[in-house]
Design a protein around this ligand. Structure first.
Ligand code: KG4
Ligand code: ZN
Length: 355
C-alpha cells in the first residue's frame, strides 16, 4: 500500500509517500519526500503567526505534492491512501492539509485518514533501519508537548506524565527570545551552549524531588530570566559569552530534568527501551545524556535521524499507512482537532473489523 502523507500542523509543509511493501517481502520505505520550512516567514515576528502559516501552506502544498510524486517516479495520484495531520496544531494550518487531503481522496477515489501529529512523532523512529519494538517508553519533546508515554502497541498509549506548563521546546524558544536570538531558538541555544562555561550559572531542575512523572519548565524559564536581568542591570546588555553561559546552564537543567524523569519512567514500567522523538530530541546533549542514563539501566535508547525529529511528512505517511493498512479511514465528516489527547486514539489491533 502506498500512502501520501501531508503535514501542515504548524510552520513546516511536509509531504512524503510511504510504501508498506517496497520489495515484495513486506518491508516498508519512504519513496520520496519534500519539506518546506516557513521559518523565514515567522522569524521577524519572533514566533509562528497562525494566519501567515495557513496562507503559506496553501501556497506550498500542491507544488510539494507534485514534486514528491515526480521524485517517486509515480503519476500524480498513484497512491492507495492519503494521511494528513488532523491535530493537535494550529486550526487554520491543519485545515489546509485536511481539506486538501480529503478533496484529493474523493477525486482519486481512495481512503483518507486524519493522523495524530504526536503519534507521527512517536512512530518516526520506526522509519530507521534499527527500529524499536513495543513495548517501550517514549519521551515526546517538541515545541508544543513534553510527554512520557507507555507504548504497549501501535496505538495503545498510556500517558505517564507531561509538562504541566511550558513544553521543553517552548522553554528553549522563550529563553532564546530573552537573549534576542531568532525563532526557533532551540537549535541556536544548543549551538551557543557549546561555547558556554557550565560552572557560571546553576539553574533549578524543576519537580525532580517530587514523585511522579509530570514536569514543569516555567520556573526554570523564570530563573533564567532573572539571571539575564541581573546581567543587564550590571552591564546593560549581554555579551556573547554571557549568552553562551546562560545557554549551557539552561540546556543542562532541561536535559537533567528530562533524564531523571525518563529513568523513573523506565523503572516504574520495568521496560528496557526508551524512544525519544519530537524537535527537542535533535538536541545532542539530550541524546548523549539519555544514552549514558539508559546504559546504566541496561536499557536501550532509540531516536530518529535529525530531519525526522522535527516536523516532516514522512512520519505522517508512516503513521497513516499503519492505520489505513489496518482498515481505518475517515468517515464523512471533515474534522480537525487543535487539541487531541493521545490516549483517545484506538489501538490498531482494536480497530473494528473491515467489512
Ligand atoms: O516537533 P517540532 O518540529 O514541532 C512541534 O511539533 O512543536 O519541534 C520544534 C521544537 C522547537 O521548540 C525547537 O526550538 C525545538 O523543537 N528544537 C530544539 C532543537 N531542535 C529543535 N530544541 C533544542 N535543541 C535542538 N537541537
Ligand atoms: Zn511536531
Amino acid at each position: 500500500m502506498r500512502v501520501l502523507g501531508i503535514e501542515t500542523s504548524c510552520d513546516e509543509t511536509g509531504v512524503a509517500i510511504y510504501d508498506t511493501d517496497v520489495d515484495g517481502l513486506g518491508n516498508g520505505a519512504i519513496l520520496a519526500e519534500a519539506l518546506y520550512s516557513q521559518v523565514a516567514v515567522h522569524a521577524e515576528y519572533g514566533g509562528v503567526v497562525p494566519e501567515l502559516a495557513s496562507r503559506d501552506h496553501i501556497r506550498k502544498l500542491v507544488p510539494l505534492m507534485r514534486e514528491v510524486f515526480g521524485k517517486a517516479g509515480l503519476a500524480y495520484g498513484h497512491v492507495d491512501g492519503i494521511a494528513y495531520t488532523a491535530g493537535p496544531g494550529l486550526i487554520g494550518a491543519l485545515m489546509v492539509g485536511a481539506a486538501t487531503g480529503r478533496a484529493l481522496g474523493m477525486a482519486w477515489d481512495i481512503p483518507t485518514l486524519g493522523v495524530h501529529h504526536m503519534e507521527g512523532h512517536l512512530l518516526a523512529p520506526m522509519l530507521e533501519e534499527n527500529a524499536p519494538k513495543p513495548p517501550f517508553v517514549a519521551l515526546l519533546v517538541s515545541g508544543g508537548h513534553t510527554q512520557l508515554v507507555h507504548v504497549r502497541a501501535l496505538g495503545d498509549y498510556e500517558l505517564l506524565g507531561e509538562s504541566l506548563d511550558d513544553a521543553a521546546g517552548e522553554a528553549f524558544d522563550k529563553v532564546a527570545k530573552m537573549m534576542d536570538l531568532d525563532y526557533p531558538g532551540g537549535p541556536l541555544v544548543a549551538n551557543l551552549a557549546l561555547q558556554g562555561d557550565a560552572t557560571r550559572f546553576k539553574f533549578p531542575r524543576p519537580m525532580v524531588d517530587r514523585p511522579g512523572l509530570d514536569m514543569s519548565f516555567s520556573g526554570l524559564k523564570t530563573a533564567t530570566l532573572y539571571a539575564i536581568q541581573d546581567i543587564q542591570k550590571q552591564q546593560g546588555s549581554l555579551n556573547q559569552q554571557d549568552k553562551a553561559d546562560i545557554a549551557v546552564a539552561f540546556q543542562q537543567a532541561v536535559v537533567d530534568t528530562l533524564a531523571i524523569k525518563c529513568r523513573r519512567a523506565l523503572q516504574q514500567t520495568e521496560l528496557s527501551t526508551l524512544v525519544m522523538a519530537g524537535g527537542v530530541s535533535a538536541n545532542l546533549k539530550l541524546r548523549e545524556k539519555l544514552a549514558t542514563e539508559t546504559a546504566k539501566l541496561r536499557a536501550k535508547v532509540y531516536y530518529p535521524r535529525p530531519e525526522y525529529c522535527t516536523d516532516n511528512g514522512a512520519m505522517i505517511a508512516y503513521a497513516g499507512a499503519q492505520r489505513l493498512a489496518a482498515g481505518q479511514s475517515d468517515d464523512l465528516t471533515l474534522k480537525v482537532k487543535p487539541r487531541w489527547p493521545l490516549n483517545e486514539l484506538l489501538a490498531v489491533n482494536e480497530l473494528p473489523e473491515v467489512v
